[in-house]
Design a protein around this ligand. Structure first.
Ligand code: F0G
Length: 462
């Protein structure tokens, strides 16, 4: 019987950037010099870099061409108007403030909306969002469904917020103490899991009843929309653009890190429906970022962003993008490797607790796995576990998260499936001799954000 043709990437490669595989001896030396912290490795010492999908995308020839038509006027750049038109057409928001990246949009929004003692519900806060809420002396609360914390459970929409938890929180703290409700699409901290349209609608309905504004953390909106098309009843025959339009129709605005689903290396924006809120935010934009028609970016950056936002909703692109993440996940699953199921839109998450059960949590099993992965294949991944979580400020003890994970985040349009084969083989090799992997202890630990600068040594090393 004839077989279907495989789906290949919907692009061909016109520019290449050489990368180099190092020898095992070199990597042993390099990681020791980096204090066993992959963040401290020079990027040139890395063969396949899966540290993040943020700002690491390959831009298209159209985006690069757009960089040449940057209008670098201080006010009223034509690229700003282009960006504004694309955002309005795609998301339906009339007001856009460009920012240098996603967290800058969070800073402006929370400066205007949050007051001391306020509570901000989210399905799961990303670290910077959480940090910005805390910085304004607010309390971030994660209300994701409980299934999100069960890595082996393959549900289609593990990023959903539990609306009953939202109602309970409102009853507990009072609606007047909740300035804003947020949903993060896809839910990065929960494994890149999507939120269903039905759930967005349900959360919207609770917000409407209590008169609360709903904002989306929209970094990976296109990947979320693609999952809705694939997995949610009633959406198979809709275009991704239609789905995106519907998603944003339920929201009052969004913060966006364009370093993800706008396929650029730097940039972000705050988009709003309400003119009054826009005016309040633009005052702070001037102070923190720049005049509201450039807000921290060059004209050329805004042009690349506008073009990237159009490319990212192309369904052939999304099929290839999500397909590549699934391709890696399927190889690992077939080899019995414990990963968060189902795989997310931008990354595969290894369940380090299940992978290395012999390493106690205070010897950082997920961190040890990132070190092993670098030694094995020159692959750089990131720990989303105990080291990242930090210490409880009152007791000084490790603030153990529910899971110790390793994120293999896949940059957009950068690596081929052959690179994914290398990553899969490296993980499988390590798994076959996992009992030999040792835990780590600190030799240096900063009081805050310790993961970026920490230094370690293997536990039984002198
Ligand atoms: N929200 C989410 C869900 C994110 O994943 C990120 C960044 C941000 C906000 C902040 O955006 O970096 O442009 O300021 N995530 C990156 C990551 C850093 O590796 O997941 P930013």
């Amino acid at each position: 019987m004839e077989q279907h043709l495989p789906l290949a990437e919907p692009y061909r490669i016109k520019v290449v950037e050489p990368i180099r595989m190092t020898s095992r001896e070199e990597r042993e030396m390099l990681i020791r010099q980096a204090g066993y912290n992959p963040f401290l490795l020079p990027s040139e010492a890395v063969y396949i870099d899966l540290l993040t999908d943020s700002g690491t995308s390959a831009m298209s020839d159209r985006q690069w061409a757009g960089m040449m038509v940057g209008d670098e006027a201080y006010a009223g750049s034509r690229n700003f108007y282009h960006l504004q038109a694309v955002v309005e057409e795609l998301m339906g928001f009339k007001y856009v403030i460009p920012t240098h990246q996603g967290r800058a949009a969070e800073n402006i929004l929370f400066t205007v909306m949050l007051h001391e003692g306020n509570v901000v519900p989210n399905n799961m806060h990303f670290d910077t969002t959480k940090a910005h809420v805390l910085h304004k002396h607010g309390r971030p609360v994660d209300l994701v469904i409980d299934a999100a914390y069960e890595p082996g459970l393959p549900l289609p929409f593990k990023g959903n917020m539990n609306p009953a938890k939202l109602e309970a929180l409102i009853a507990q703290v009072g609606r007047e103490n909740i300035p804003i409700v947020m949903l993060t699409l896809t839910c990065n901290s929960g494994g890149g899991q999507p939120v269903s349209m039905a759930n967005i609608r349900e959360v919207r309905e609770v917000c409407r009843r209590y008169g609360l504004p709903l904002f989306l953390d929209a970094c990976r909106f296109a990947e979320n929309a693609y999952f809705i098309k694939q997995r949610e009843e009633g959406y198979r025959d809709k275009t991704v653009r239609e789905i995106v339009k519907e998603i944003f129709s339920y929201a009052d605005g969004c913060t966006m890190s364009a370093k993800k689903d706008a396929l650029v290396n730097i940039g972000g924006f705050l988009a709003l429906r309400d003119q009054d809120l826009y005016q309040k935010c633009s005052v702070w934009a001037v102070l923190f970022e720049g005049f509201p028609t450039y807000g921290g970016l060059a004209g050329r950056d805004m042009e690349a962003m506008a073009r990237g936002l159009t490319e990212v909703v192309d369904e052939a692109y999304l099929a290839s993008r999500i397909g590549q993440v699934r391709y890696l996940a399927e190889q690992l699953t077939a080899a019995g490797i414990p990963i968060v199921q189902p795989p997310g839109g931008h990354a595969v998450y290894l369940d380090a607790g299940a992978f290395l059960p012999h390493i106690p949590r205070d010897q950082f099993p997920a961190w040890a796995l990132t070190v092993a992965l670098y030694l094995e294949g020159g692959v750089r991944a990131v720990e989303i576990g105990t080291v990242l979580a930090g210490r409880n400020p009152e007791t000084g003890a490790h603030d153990y998260p529910r899971l110790d994970l390793v994120r293999l985040a896949i940059p957009r349009r950068v690596y081929t499936d052959r690179h994914m084969d290398v990553v899969a083989r490296a993980v499988i090799n390590i798994y076959s001799r996992r009992d030999q992997i040792r835990g780590l202890c600190f030799t240096y630990e900063a009081p805050v954000l310790r993961h970026f600068t920490a230094r370690f040594k293997p536990v039984d090393a002198a």
